[in-house]
Design a binder for this molecule. Structure first.
Ligand SMILES: [Zn+2]
Length: 393
């Protein structure tokens, strides 16, 4: 790795002075900005130490610093590179190598790392309606409680579970699996045996059961635990109960709708989700129009598009939209409704948020600004697993 000394930094350069990470020995180097730069050299010459441990480490540190104050804890984790000075370096994130080749039909959101950049773009450079305070990047994520649409919890669709869906043939008895949405095998048998204990007739056609019983079996949110006598007939069960005989086990009932929604939201198995989804009637969420975000987030636009619209665009179209931005002519031609914040206003808003965040987000989970979304905790999001084939992840 060569080093050269430049007395005054030429514009458009990233100027590194005194880099000493790993095997670097006080390296001074100027690197062109806004250009594709390749580091080459023999093994051990310090390419990675310069590119990742110095330049990227510092760029990432600045990125964290620009995001929010409590991200400082992350900065402490990544550390500060051993270098005298770096000038002309913008905040940056590294794009991880992605498996597979996204086609031009890929949406922005389908490449997850890009999603976080787009959220950052809307947070920092979006056009806000007059009077609306600046939003954090995660306010633009449907996978966070603070970004998700409150109506559909970030799913984009609302689901209805009806009796007709769960019991397609009311001429069947419960024993004949009238409740088609029940789990298969042992778990379904368990639910049936619990109903036997509760005195519900599982051997008459579903439609002949009192409506009150049908509604309770399908829609109750109660989860009673009762003794189960496996293998006994309903008559034998009645006798066993009267004699207070030792049950096979204690079984806990779950309403049919509750089982469907819970499995859809929480199951790790795509197959299970798919199975229960056939008993759900989905329609686009009326509050967010299926865009999965709260109204405040959707009111922020960039180049005239809200983040939901931009995220659904094929990459080629996104490139078209962002071309003027990349050519530095965006602000001049911005004539869309709403307020484009000047740099000073943006900074002021950020400072306000920092002041607010320092006290208001003391308990915020550490992971919220991790640039690699795969390390997000599932518990921090509402039902994120309830989606499959989502355009976002
Ligand atoms: Zn919604």
């Amino acid at each position: 790795m060569t080093s050269k000394r430049t007395p005054t930094p030429p514009s458009g350069m990233v100027r590194v002075r005194g880099a000493r990470e790993h095997n670097l020995k006080n390296v001074d180097v100027d690197i062109p900005r806004d250009a594709l730069v390749v580091f080459t050299g023999v093994s051990g010459s310090g390419k990675s130490s310069l590119a990742f441990s110095t330049l990227y480490a510092e760029a990432q540190r600045r990125y964290f610093e620009s995001v929010a104050p409590y991200a400082r804890r992350l900065i402490d984790q990544v550390g500060v590179p051993d270098v005298d000075s770096i000038e002309g370096l913008p905040p940056a994130v590294a794009l991880q190598q992605q498996r597979g080749t996204p086609s031009t039909r890929s949406s922005v959101g389908s490449v997850t790392t890009l999603s976080s950049l787009i959220r950052m773009l809307y947070s920092r450079a979006g056009s806000y309606p007059a009077g609306q305070t600046m939003l954090y990047a995660e306010d633009f994520s449907p996978n966070t409680p603070q970004g998700a649409c409150p109506e559909c919890h970030g799913l984009g669709r609302v689901y209805e579970v009806t009796e007709a869906l769960m019991v397609p043939d009311p001429g069947l008895t419960i024993r004949q699996r009238a409740i088609a949405s029940w789990p298969l095998a042992w778990q379904g048998q368990n639910l049936r045996d619990i109903l036997v204990t509760m005195g519900i007739d599982v051997d008459i056609p579903w439609r002949k059961l009192p409506k009150k019983q049908r509604d309770w079996i399908l829609f109750t949110e109660e989860t009673p635990t009762v003794p189960v006598y496996a293998g006994l007939t309903p008559d034998e069960t009645r006798v066993a109960l009267q004699r207070k005989m030792e049950p096979s086990y204690q079984g806990t009932f779950t309403g049919a709708r509750r089982y469907i929604l819970h499995t859809f939201s929480h199951s790790q198995s795509a197959l299970m989700k798919k199975r229960v989804s056939q008993f759900m009637l989905g329609s686009p969420c009326p509050l967010c129009d299926g865009k999965r975000l709260k109204r405040e987030a959707l009111s922020v636009t960039f180049a005239g598009y809200d983040i939901g619209e931009l995220s659904q665009m094929p990459l080629l179209q996104v490139a078209e939209v962002l071309k003027p931005v990349a050519a530095h002519s965006y602000l001049e031609q911005a004539d869309e409704p709403g307020e484009v914040l000047t740099h000073d206003q943006t900074r002021e808003a950020r400072e306000q948020r920092i002041a607010h965040g320092a006290s208001g987000h003391a308990n915020a989970p550490d992971v919220r600004h991790t640039p690699n979304p795969s390390s997000r905790t599932a518990s921090a999001t509402y039902a994120p697993s309830a989606r499959f084939g989502s355009p976002w992840e």
